[in-house]
Write a protein of this length. Structure first.
Length: 441
């Protein structure tokens, strides 16, 4: 649970904490969840919160959203930190919540960084969530599918929070300059251009944006009239980066990643390394670059060289483990490999074609013979009837139809004749030919 220190009042409150939104109206971003009429907004406004997981990158407002819920609900709101709380504390709170439920009192439990709880700790929540003693709100930066107990996750709705847009970040910084909780009582002179650069530098992280702004103001020049001026030089010194690496509308961030992507796609290793260096030297988050390189490995290299994805994931993990500046060499290795690898976008095209058919036929029924006949009722209704277990056949393949009837014989995958995909393509055509020559009778 939250710990109170005797020294809490002696430390100045960070700008990010001072400006933490107190209402949905002040909250920045997440319009897909909190815009007028959206599901999560309706739940909050009606004080009808169900157990949920808030999943998103750092600094997008997960904890802030929980605090807003705390301010609106009539239930007891208890905050846990997965870093400092143990099983004993969890069980005590659960027992108290159970007693409250019997008297009609609701308890909402917010667990920050819930992915840091081990399975045993997560299991301690489960019976109390099941019987309604607590409503659980968990916040995590990690994929809940991998980090949250499956039984617990199945009882929670997952809301995905996105990185804040450049416009959201700019509005947040503008408010920080004018709001009395921020620098509104000081005469701070900072250009819109610098606010946009600060927003770009923070890369979707509101906390990082406000911390950077705070540093800029604290290091600004105090003029004779008492005002504080923040210059390009101040920005450069505080971020240790050249301002020219960001353009006026924050487009530089996107232009540089586009340049890297297209250089790798065009097999230009030298240009790829250059654009990588431009981003890293500008202070770009290496994890962001590593994510994009991992996407590239499947989107643009694909089965032409299946090793590309392995290398990209390894580089991503190296960036997570050791960070900058050491991980620059891992990214360089990955980028050069991607540039020199044979290229194929056949997998992406296959998915896009399949997705179009899903939109056109969203409810095409699964053929009965490839449904699981787990119960007698299902088997009586022909679930699994006629299923052909490929391993039981000499060639390890059958002519059994696996697509819905409406899409019978549709082809999505069109392999290219480059790199390893030549072999995959040969195998693909051999299977197609075998099935035509060995139809079901």
């Amino acid at each position: 649970m939250e710990q109170i220190s005797l020294f809490d009042n002696t430390m100045p409150e960070p700008l990010a904490e001072k400006l933490r939104p107190r209402s949905l109206e002040e909250y920045a971003g997440q319009e897909h969840l909190l815009g007028p009429g959206k599901a999560l907004r309706r739940l909050i406004e009606s004080d009808n919160i169900n157990s949920m997981i808030l999943w998103g990158p750092p600094g997008v407002g997960k904890t802030t959203l929980a605090k807003i819920i705390a301010g609106r609900t009539k239930a007891d709101f208890i905050t846990f930190s997965a870093v400092t709380s143990g099983i004993k504390e969890i069980k005590q709170v659960m027992e108290d919540a159970d007693k409250n439920r019997k008297t009609g009192k609701l308890t909402i439990l917010f667990v920050d960084e819930i992915h840091r709880f081990n399975r045993a700790q997560q299991d301690a929540f489960l019976p109390y969530v099941e019987k309604g003693s607590i409503t659980l709100i968990g916040a995590t930066t990690e994929n809940p599918s991998f980090e949250i107990n499956g039984a617990l996750l199945s009882r929670c709705h997952v809301f995905v929070l996105h990185e804040l847009s450049a416009d959201d970040m700019y509005k947040l910084l503008k408010r920080a300059v004018t709001d009395k909780r921020g620098f509104g009582n000081q005469n701070v002179k900072i250009s819109d251009d610098l606010l946009e650069k600060t927003a770009a530098f923070a890369d979707g992280d509101a906390r990082r944006a406000l911390s950077t702004l705070e540093m800029l103001v604290l290091n600004g020049d105090i003029e004779s009239d008492g005002s504080i001026s923040v210059s390009d030089e101040t920005f450069e010194q505080c971020t240790s980066k050249k301002s020219l690496l960001y353009d006026k509308k924050g487009e530089g961030h996107y232009n540089l990643i586009s340049a890297l992507h297209k250089s790798m796609r065009n097999s230009d290793a030298d240009a790829s390394v250059y654009w990588l260096a431009r981003m890293l030297e500008a202070g770009e988050d290496p994890i962001y670059i590593a994510r994009r390189v991992t996407r590239f490995a499947a989107e643009d290299v694909g089965l032409a060289d299946p090793e590309a994805l392995k290398l990209a994931v390894s580089a991503f993990e190296a960036c997570r483990l050791i960070g900058m500046p050491e991980c620059s060499v891992h990214l360089t290795e990955a980028v050069i490999y991607m540039a020199l690898a044979p290229k194929s976008n056949a997998m992406e095209k296959a998915y896009m074609e399949a997705a179009e058919d899903v939109k056109r036929l969203p409810n095409a029924p699964v053929p009965l013979h490839i449904r699981n006949g787990e119960t007698e009722l299902m088997r009586d209704n022909d679930y699994g009837k006629g299923y052909m277990y490929a391993h039981d056949y000499a060639d390890g393949v059958t002519a059994m139809q696996c697509l819905p009837d409406e899409l019978k014989d549709t082809e999505y995958y069109h392999p290219v004749k480059r790199g390893s995909e030549k072999d995959f393509g040969k195998r693909y055509l051999e299977i197609k030919k075998w099935k035509k020559e060995n139809p079901l009778v």
